[in-house]
Design a protein around this ligand. Structure first.
Ligand code: SF4
Ligand code: MG
Length: 316
């Protein structure tokens, strides 16, 4: 995935990332802001077309799929954004906003949905997200941030998608409300059999909801594996540093490297070799010249580091 940012400068937001999301999983996507998490989320839904890497949805490679063939798949893939207010047109009633996808997309039978069908679906959706039916008659500004996120979730679920990409969906909410919305996501997953890609910078949130975790740094996945393995026994020094940086560590691990120093380097000119080498507490000479590829460790996770922190032998 590359963006043009002014003359001759190409920002590589994602660098050769390949990712297949498994049915029924919650894939947590973590990293500091600007690391490419949101871009990857948008690429997965083909809201933007990646120029590198590969996106596979339900066995279909959708990386280069033309819009015409992508359209039927769109109903299966929806996005929930961080800013609950910006995503909702303030001049329209909640009922209108949530019904919009039902009006735009054909019913499974191929025809348009009747008013009665839409009303019944709206009632179901309000129940699903825990809002009263009267919410349908009101306007977005009449709701709190958490309630507005429930409205966005209802809208995203209107067409019964199978994959939901949630981009920092609780980051703008108070901590007490965050837990309620995370619980709602988990509840909906159980009830509807949803698959999530859950983008977050908050490791506590990621740990609560994820079955697998992908850690990103400067547009690349540096570690990918089962949530327990990645968060309890990080293999990549960057993952370890992220965990160590949490004031109340999610997991106390022995011998973690010191917290990260310095800023994330510019993605316009990422460092040569390992792109994390300028901040890595265990950097060695080889790291400055030789870029580590994402490779599988014996325990099944993938890591992009020459000197991973977990031993490279089979078994736990
Ligand atoms: Fe650190 Fe080297 Fe591993 Fe990069 S490859 S994360 S610099 S040890
Ligand atoms: Mg983002």
């Amino acid at each position: 995935m590359t963006y043009r940012v002014g003359r001759g400068q190409v920002l590589r937001a994602l660098d050769g990332v390949s990712l297949a999301v498994r049915p029924g999983e919650v894939l947590g996507l973590v990293g500091e802001s600007g690391c490419g998490k949101s871009t990857l989320g948008r690429c997965l839904l083909r809201l933007v077309q990646p120029s590198g890497g590969r996106v596979v949805f339900d066995g279909t490679d959708i990386t280069m799929l033309p819009e015409r063939r992508l359209r039927p798949l769109r109903q299966d893939m929806q996005m929930v954004f961080q800013d609950s207010y910006a995503a909702l047109n303030p001049r329209r009633r909640v009922g209108d906003l949530v019904a919009e996808p039902l009006r735009v997309h054909p019913a499974p039978s191929g025809g348009r949905r009747s008013r009665g069908e839409i009303a019944a679906r709206l009632a179901e959706l309000m129940d699903l997200v825990g809002l009263p039916q009267t919410a349908l008659e009101r306007y977005p500004h009449e709701f709190s941030g958490g309630q507005r996120q429930r409205i966005n979730i209802a809208r995203a679920l209107a067409l019964s998608p199978r994959l939901v990409v949630a981009d920092e969906p609780v980051a703008a909410l108070d901590v007490s409300i965050q837990a309620q919305i995370v619980n709602l996501f988990m509840d909906l997953r159980d009830r509807l059999g949803l698959t999530y890609v859950f983008v977050a910078h908050d490791l506590a949130v990621v740990r609560q909801i994820s079955t697998r975790v992908a850690v990103m740094y400067l547009g690349a996945i540096v570690e990918l594996g089962e949530a327990d393995a990645v968060l309890h026994h990080p293999a990549h020094p960057y993952t370890a540093a992220l965990i160590a940086a949490v004031p109340e560590p999610v997991v106390r691990t022995q011998g973690l490297p010191p917290p990260l120093r310095g800023d994330v380097p510019s993605p316009i000119a990422p460092p040569p070799g390992c792109r994390f080498h300028t901040r890595c507490p265990v950097v060695r000479e080889r790291c400055r010249v030789d870029p580590p590829l994402l490779r599988a460790l014996p325990d099944g996770r993938d890591v992009a580091c020459h000197y991973p922190l977990v031993e490279e032998r089979a078994g736990p």
